[in-house]
Write a protein that binds this ligand. Structure first.
Ligand SMILES: *Cc1c(COP(=O)(O)O)cnc(C)c1O
Length: 392
């Protein structure tokens, strides 16, 4: 009889039990609906680019699904963030609060506006912005001047906050709204990972002034590459549409542009795929919850790790299933990643903290002890909905 095997071995066994033999990807897209039919229709129409009926159909379907009043489809999640920041009046030299523990796109979009990311601490339980510590920090470190929030240290205006619904788990967006109001900061939700996630029954990305989605190939549904801007403000929606279509004034044949715009509109052929993917989203969401239950049963027996569950008051889309190692197990993380990937299971560490990347070393930041600890203890495990359902 061997004593208890090392963690890597136990995790491998649990993965085998839960999702069967390898190879198993971290997250693979599936196209089991009307994708081929809609793409064929799109090609037959010759409207493959930024004009065509699938773009407005996709936006309409997104509005119906999220209950946002407006949706503007764009080329990717990063461009959605870029435009949302511009629309929130983020200007050169402003600071924008965002979690240190996220994908680099959020920080990049801030820098596209010549603004400065300001990194916020994470909550151990939700992996999201720690709203309690954030409020205390803002009370201590900022002052109000002419209805603007000013960083006492740098003298710069903190214009906006971009929380992320990490791995699809909703952030406490009610408290963030209240912080945004109390400190005169604009709220933009990076809901790139959170289509199909809800906080108190309301879809992620529909609480703030603006919200953004991503339809990259590894997300819950994909358009190849794509994104969207959500808002309930009609004038922001029409500004978003204008800016993402080179700021061209509407006319049958004349080219006139009234400001420097962007070529960010989603092409029709991508939107065609998106329409078909949205039809399958409810089934994928059910499968992702079932996968959580399956993993929960398999990992209950593994001591020293915990499967991350959706936060209170929320429904997560469980985009990426997540193992959190106990602090004393952190030294074994790389061994687990090595063993599982070698065996053919797609597992990944969470992102490197933004505050440790060379381009953001001098950015302002809160104490990031929890984010730092989390960044060393998180392992994402295979999360495709196709692991559970045989889709039609
Ligand atoms: C995927 C993602 C994005 C950006 O999406 P792209 O479509 O790849 O540009 C932004 N923020 C977060 C948190 C993401 O996970």
């Amino acid at each position: 009889m061997s004593s208890s095997p090392i963690l890597a071995e136990q995790i491998l066994n649990a993965l085998r039990e839960a999702v069967g033999p390898p190879p198993v990807a971290l997250h693979a897209p599936t196209f089991n609906g009307n994708e081929w039919a809609y793409v064929k229709e799109c090609l037959d129409s010759t409207f493959v680019s930024s004009v065509g009926s699938y773009v407005s159909q996709f936006e309409h379907d997104l509005m119906r699904f999220t209950k946002a009043d407006h949706a503007v489809a764009v080329v990717n999640g990063t461009s959605a963030l870029h435009i949302a920041l511009i629309l929130a009046d983020v200007k050169a030299g402003d600071e924008v609060l965002m979690p240190a523990l996220t994908f680099v796109a959020t920080a990049n979009a801030i820098v596209y506006c010549n603004a400065i990311p300001h990194f916020v601490e994470s909550d151990e339980r939700t992996l999201n912005v720690d709203v309690g510590k954030l409020r205390e920090y803002l009370i201590r470190e900022t002052r109000q001047h002419a209805n603007q929030c000013v960083n006492r240290q740098t003298g710069r205006v903190i214009r906006a906050i971009v929380p992320v619904h990490t791995f699809g788990h909703p952030v406490d967006v009610e408290e963030l709204l209240s912080i945004a109001q109390d400190f005169n900061i604009k709220l933009i939700e990076d809901a790139a990972e959170a289509i199909g996630s809800y906080y108190k029954g309301k879809h992620a990305g529909t609480f703030g002034l603006l919200g953004t989605l991503s339809f990259n190939g590894n997300k819950t549904i994909t358009t190849g590459g794509g994104g969207a801007i959500l808002t309930n403000d009609p004038s922001l929606a029409s500004r978003a549409r204008h800016l993402t279509t080179t700021a061209k004034l509407s006319h049958a044949w004349v080219y006139r542009h009234d400001e420097v715009g962007y070529n960010y509109r989603m092409p029709n052929i991508n939107a065609a795929i998106g329409c078909a993917q949205l039809e399958q989203l409810p089934g994928k969401l059910v499968a992702k919850r079932q996968l959580f239950d399956i993993y929960n049963a398999a990992f209950r027996k593994v001591s020293g790790v915990q499967l991350v569950a959706e936060p209170p008051h929320s429904i997560s889309n469980y985009w990426l299933q997540t193992l959190l190692l106990q602090p004393e197990m952190r030294d074994q993380r790389d061994q687990v990643l090595e063993a599982t990937n070698k065996a053919g299971y797609g597992t990944r560490p969470i992102w490197t903290l933004m505050s440790e990347l060379p381009m953001f070393l001098s950015s302002p930041k809160m104490d990031l002890s929890v984010a730092n600890s989390l960044s060393q203890r998180i392992i994402n495990i295979p999360s495709s909905p196709s692991l559970v359902i045989r889709e039609p």
